[in-house]
Design a binder for this molecule. Structure first.
Ligand code: FES
Length: 183
């Protein structure tokens, strides 16, 4: 991740994406930025790294979809409020594809540069199999070698969501067989 001092930064994380966001948040703070974090999960028991994210940032907002902890609602709702109040120079969003998509739509309206980290299915991780291809600014990119970080305003998130759902049946079968073997 390219880290430099840009001023005020907002870091938005959802689900397990918070784990990826943590070292980036810390580095942005160490570089002298004022870092505002918004993290979310479906419910309180699925929220991770709250304390570490608090340490890594200047301001932390926590959201849960079911209202079991923190703000009742999505991270995007808090993001809108932050963007209204603060002069944000950079946004970093890492989490589920719909979250990154809507964060990018909101920041695009405000003209705030936004970095996302993409998670397409990867096979060889060397740029040869093409499995991890994503469309960014109308061009095909391989997330394993060209990313995984890209300009969120250029990413075709709908295509990424479709590609991520390609093996749902196989994933379900695999999970069932795993659960049976552990029963
Ligand atoms: Fe094979 Fe990226 S995982 S090209």
């Amino acid at each position: 991740t390219h880290v430099e001092k840009v001023g005020k930064v907002v870091c938005v994380g959802g689900g397990t994406g918070v784990a990826v966001l943590h070292p980036i948040t810390r580095a942005l703070k160490e570089a002298g930025n004022h870092v505002i974090c918004i993290i979310g999960a479906r419910s309180k028991d699925l929220l991770i790294l709250e304390d570490r994210m608090r340490d890594a940032s200047h301001e932390l907002h926590v959201c849960t979809d079911d209202g079991s902890y923190g703000h009742h609602g999505f991270v995007t709702e808090v993001l809108k409020e932050v963007l209204e109040k603060e002069d944000i120079a950079l946004a970093v969003a890492i989490g589920p594809v719909p979250m990154m998509k809507f964060v990018s739509l909101i920041t695009k309206e405000k003209g705030v540069k936004t970095i996302v980290s993409l998670n397409p299915i990867m096979v060889d991780g060397t740029g040869m199999c093409g499995c991890c291809r994503v469309s960014v600014g109308g061009e095909t990119k391989f997330a394993c070698v060209d990313g995984p970080e890209f300009d969120g305003h250029q990413v075709d998130f709908d295509e990424l969501a479709k590609r991520l759902a390609s093996y749902l049946d196989e994933e379900r079968t695999s999970m069932e067989s795993f659960e049976k073997s552990n029963a």
